[in-house]
Design a protein around this ligand. Structure first.
Ligand SMILES: *Cc1c(COP(=O)(O)O)cnc(C)c1O
Length: 376
């Protein structure tokens, strides 16, 4: 049985009859950049997340940048970023000229650990970026308390967490703003690059709309510095079709996760992810850890990955090198050992296949192979 890490083809086949006419309608309307499809999608996406505004942009990375740029983050400022995230979270800060300050993640949620955030705050700190990593919301209430106490900005990086909930509320409107990614492999993926910034703040939304379109609200009249962060019509049309299926696909991921929990329960050599009681996890990724204390090390994780590969089961590492150990941040002066929880995930973590259509049979097969590996 061959199990891919992610299967975008099977999803495309199921909605092809809606996608192709939607793309054709973009051509017929020649609404190639922004236009009706994008604006309709913005409205629907905001509604879906219970937030007032959605500003569609050209990628999640651009959304990370725009959310901080529009708040005036600039050179000399510090922005708190989890060490355990995809690097684009940090680009949001660096593109503003600000310095990312890394903080370790919580040992169970794998997200920014509120208990460790306060120690990282200095007089230069201007923002905290709470990433909802792997599809699980960060613990926003304590983070908001810290942000309010120090009068700094709190934003969400929701690139992996469309449709997720924190204490019964959809993420995306629970901080000053949130950025989303619609990269094809994300829980809601375009057929190319795409992203969005959501917010309940009218002024911020207007500013984001202007920066996205060359700093102008009226063509050729540029009131502020800007950039071209516009979304393409094709992407808006695909996302409009796909958004209708997001609930169904989210439930597909949660069903797959439930099956994994059942199947992997009695394997003492691994740690399965934990769905926190404040979270509705949307399982962008299902990351297990090979327990470090059972003489098992990174090599064991690598051997398990190779063994799964021999059995045609794909898997991934998220992420093999924590941000503070990336070469590009060598100048910031971090070292190995600074963030043990994040480093443990890099060394022992393994992402198993996860997508809505992943079948129970496939999951049983994966579990049986993991068991076989540890019996050897
Ligand atoms: C994917 C991702 C991004 C960037 O999104 P792109 O659309 O690929 O630019 C940002 N943050 C996180 C946590 C991501 O997973």
């Amino acid at each position: 049985m061959k199990v891919p890490f992610l299967d975008l083809k099977v999803q495309y086949q199921s909605i092809k009859h809606e996608i192709l006419p939607a793309l054709e309608s973009v051509c017929e309307n020649t609404s190639f950049v922004m236009g009706k499809h994008v604006f309709d999608f913005e409205k629907q996406f905001a509604e879906k997340h219970g937030v007032k505004h959605c500003v569609a942009v050209s990628s999640g990375t651009d959304g990370n940048h725009l959310a901080l740029w529009a708040e005036g983050i600039r050179r000399g400022d510090e922005v708190i970023i989890p060490a355990n995230t995809f690097i684009a979270t940090a680009w949001g800060a660096t593109l503003c000229g600000a310095t990312p300050v890394f903080v370790d993640c919580h040992p169970e949620s794998y997200n920014l650990d509120p208990a460790k955030v306060e120690a990282a705050i200095t007089s230069k700190t201007k923002a905290i970026v709470a990433v909802h990593l792997y599809g699980q919301p960060a613990d926003l209430d304590p983070l908001r308390k810290i942000a309010d106490k120090h009068n700094i900005l709190l934003v969400e990086d929701a690139a992996q967490a469309h449709n997720a909930e924190y204490k019964g509320k959809k993420i995306g409107g629970l901080a000053k703003s949130a950025s989303f990614s619609f990269y094809p492999g994300k829980n809601l993926g375009a057929y190319g690059e795409g992203g969005a910034v959501t917010t309940n703040d009218d002024t911020l939304a207007e500013k984001c709309r202007m920066i996205r379109d060359h700093g102008a609200s009226k063509k050729y009249y540029h009131q502020m510095y800007g950039h071209n962060y516009r979304m393409e019509g094709f992407q808006g049309s695909v996302l409009g079709v796909k958004l209708k299926y997001l609930d169904q696909w989210t439930e597909g991921r949660r069903r797959a996760a439930k099956k994994y929990y059942e199947e992997l329960r009695d394997i003492p050599e691994i740690i399965v992810p934990k769905e926190m009681d404040y979270a509705k996890h949307v399982y962008h990724l299902f990351v297990i850890q090979v327990k470090p204390q059972t003489t098992l090390s990174t090599e064991t994780r690598d051997q398990l990955q190779a063994f799964l590969g021999q059995n045609e089961i794909a898997s991934g590492l998220h992420y093999p090198v924590p941000l503070h150990q990336q070469e590009c941040f060598a100048g910031l002066g971090y070292k190995k050992g600074d963030f043990p929880v994040t480093e443990a995930l890099a060394e022992h973590g393994l992402s198993l296949p996860m997508f809505p259509e992943l079948s129970d049979e496939q999951i049983s097969f994966i579990a049986s192979k993991i068991k076989e590996f540890f019996k050897k």
